[in-house]
Ligand binder design. Structure first.
Ligand SMILES: Nc1ncnc2c1ncn2[C@@H]1O[C@H](COP(=O)(O)OP(=O)(O)OP(=O)(O)O)[C@@H](O)[C@H]1O
Length: 239
C-alpha cells in the first residue's frame, strides 16, 4: 500500500475501513470504506449533509469514529510523529488571526512544527500570494484566504493532501489555477483527496471518484468509469 520517492520519502495512502459516526440520532457516516492512492487526485462527492466533512474530520483525528478506522499509511493521524510533514489539510473552518500578516501566520505554524522558516516564502510563491506576504489576513478576500490555507497545508511538504471544498471563493482564474495545482501535486506522487460540489470542475481535475450519500458509499472507481460525471452522479444520488 505504500511506495517511496527516489529520495526515500514515504508516500502514504489513506484507508477508510468500515467507518461509522453517529451524532445522537444522526447517522452521519455508516460503514464507509474506500482508499486514496498516491499519485492521483481523488474526488470526494456527495450532496449537502452526505457525510463528507465528517469523514474528512475523522481521517484527520478531529472527530472520533463510533466504529471503524481511518488510517494514513497504516496508522491513525493522531499517532503521526510529525503530522504537518505527513498530511496537509484545508478545512472549511480554517481560522486565521486577523491581525497577522500572511507571512506571520505561516511563520507561527512553521515554528510550531519545526519547519525551517525559509519554507514560508516558498509556499507563498506556490500559491501565488507572495505579493500579499506583508498584508494582514483580516483584509484578505475569501479566495486569498483559501490560497493561504493551501499554503499552510503545504508547509511541511506532505505526501498526503486533504482539501474540503478548496474551490470555495476562488474566481475562475483561481479555479483554473487550483486544477493545475492539484494535478501537479498528484504528478509529484502525492495522494490528494478533495471534496467539491462543482462537478464540471471535478471531472477535469480528478483521477478517481468516491461518491457518498446519507453517509454510505454509492460508488468508487476511476473517473473513466463514470462517463459523464454529472449524469452519473445525479443518477447515483437520486436512486
Ligand atoms: N457535530 C455534529 N453534531 C451533530 N450532527 C452533526 C455534526 N456534524 C455533522 N453532523 C450531521 O452529520 C451529517 C453529515 O454532515 P457533514 O457536514 O459531514 O456533511 P457534508 O457532506 O460535508 O455536507 P456539505 O456538503 O453540506 O458540507 C449531517 O446530517 C449533519 O447535520
Amino acid at each position: 500500500m505504500t511506495r517511496r520517492f527516489a529520495t526515500g520519502r514515504l508516500v502514504a495512502v489513506i484507508a477508510v475501513q468500515k467507518l461509522s459516526k453517529r451524532f445522537g440520532a444522526v447517522e452521519a457516516v455508516t460503514d464507509l470504506s474506500f482508499t486514496v492512492r498516491p499519485g492521483a487526485v481523488t474526488g470526494f462527492l456527495g450532496p449537502n449533509g452526505a457525510g463528507k466533512t465528517t469523514t474528512l474530520r475523522m481521517i484527520l483525528g478531529l472527530v472520533t469514529p463510533t466504529s471503524g478506522t481511518a488510517t494514513i499509511d497504516g496508522g491513525r493521524y493522531v499517532d503521526l510523529p510529525e503530522p504537518m510533514k505527513s498530511v496537509g489539510a484545508v478545512l472549511e473552518s480554517t481560522a486565521f488571526h486577523p491581525a497577522h500578516t500572511a507571512r506571520t501566520h505561516l511563520r507561527v505554524l512553521s515554528t510550531a512544527a519545526g519547519i525551517p522558516s525559509e519554507r514560508v516564502d516558498g509556499v507563498l510563491e506556490l500559491v501565488d500570494l507572495q505579493h500579499a506576504a506583508k498584508r494582514r489576513v483580516g483584509g484578505f478576500s475569501l479566495g486569498m484566504r483559501q490560497r493561504l490555507a493551501i499554503a499552510s497545508a503545504l508547509l511541511g511538504d506532505p505526501p498526503v493532501l486533504i482539501l474540503d471544498e478548496p474551490a470555495n471563493g476562488l474566481d475562475p482564474e483561481g479555479i483554473h489555477w487550483l486544477r493545475g495545482f492539484l494535478r501537479a501535486l498528484a504528478v509529484d506522487g502525492r495522494a490528494v483527496l478533495v471534496s467539491s460540489h462543482v462537478l464540471t470542475e471535478m471531472a477535469r481535475t480528478v483521477d478517481s471518484v468516491v461518491v457518498i450519500n446519507h453517509g454510505k458509499l454509492l460508488a468508487t472507481g476511476p473517473i473513466t468509469d463514470f462517463g459523464n460525471l454529472e449524469d452519473a452522479y445525479l443518477e447515483l444520488v437520486r436512486s
